[in-house]
Unconditional design. Structure first.
Length: 317
């Protein structure tokens, strides 16, 4: 009996050592990627990458023609939502939906870690998105985003904000649900940046019957590994995620909605949404949030120097 217990203990130690080594390698890959270095994939990583790319291509080939056929027949098409949910699963996400999303006349406000957020939110709720204008010119991503009725905005076009707000109002009336990521960038799942308010002007005053529903995205312990942060390029992030071993949990929590008239003005709406998301994220993590350790020029966020110098990242399993 003692020998069996010893054998089990040794086997457990070997498994734990392998897990620690994998976590250390993941940390190195993530830190190198955040520094702008390309991720080097081993043979198995290349195999996983190309298998997932092939499955995504197959999903496009199946969903897009059916979508266009339904549109030609003037029938409602569930294909964008189905495709986004399928793509999220192919990428490795195992989505757990918490709470009840409003189905129409809703403005979702969410934290933001990755391009997978869009797949997960679109797949669970059918929402359209507000995205930066550069995405529209991307050869494949821009085309797919257009299928999901994405609204494009230009951050640098300050003179055209009113026109963009009108477009957003029209889109909200047509699409029933719109999602914005008011942080203006992706973070690491342990931080929450100040919420920017220009795109919330659509709620000044709020359109009749429209509600605001905050959404909290939680990737658990793998959040930092999944997150698109620092100097990492979009293509490298996609390669790195699609080459990951196994799957990961993504909890999409639709928080209690509120009427924007109860919090007059976009700043009050942003503050209340952020408060609810932060509260839910702290509860999910089981510890307070921390300062984001990367400066983000486009949203004028400067990471505290002391925080950058002393902060240690937790291991990623």
């Amino acid at each position: 009996m003692a020998s069996r217990s010893t054998a089990r203990a040794r086997r457990h130690e070997r498994i734990e050592r392998r897990r620690v080594r994998r976590a250390e390698r993941a940390l190195r890959r993530r830190d190198d990627a955040a520094s702008g270095l390309p991720t080097r994939l081993d043979f198995l990583g290349q195999c996983r990458l190309w298998l997932r790319v092939a499955l995504l291509a197959l999903a496009v080939l199946v969903c897009v023609p059916v979508h266009y056929l339904l549109k030609l027949l003037r029938l409602p098409s569930p294909l964008p939502r189905l495709f986004l949910g399928t793509a999220a699963r192919i990428a490795g996400a195992r989505i757990e939906r918490m709470g009840t999303p409003l189905k129409r006349d809703v403005f979702y406000i969410s934290n933001h870690l990755s391009w997978i957020d869009i797949l997960a939110l679109g797949g669970t709720s059918g929402t359209a998105f507000v995205a930066k204008a550069e995405i529209a010119s991307s050869p494949l991503v821009g085309w797919l985003a257009g299928l999901n009725r994405t609204v494009y905005v230009k951050r640098e076009n300050r003179m055209g904000v009113a026109e963009q707000i009108n477009e957003l109002r029209d889109a909200l009336a047509e699409n029933w649900a719109i999602t914005v990521f008011p942080e203006g960038t992706t973070t690491d799942g342990r931080s929450l940046l100040p919420f920017k308010t220009p795109m919330l002007r659509v709620l000044e005053p709020p359109p009749p019957g429209v509600m605001v529903q905050p959404v909290m995205l939680d990737y658990g312990e793998v959040g930092e590994d999944i997150a698109w942060i620092g100097e990492e390029g979009g293509l490298n992030n996609a390669r790195r995620i699609l080459a990951r071993r196994g799957s990961f949990r993504l909890r999409v929590t639709f928080l209690e909605p509120f009427h924007p008239r109860d919090f007059p003005g976009r700043k009050a709406i942003a503050a209340e949404s952020r408060r609810r998301i932060e509260e839910a994220l702290v509860k999910a993590l089981g510890k307070p949030l921390r300062h984001f350790r990367f400066a983000v020029a486009q949203v004028r966020y400067q990471a505290p120097a002391a925080q950058q110098a002393t902060e240690e990242s937790p291991p990623v399993p």
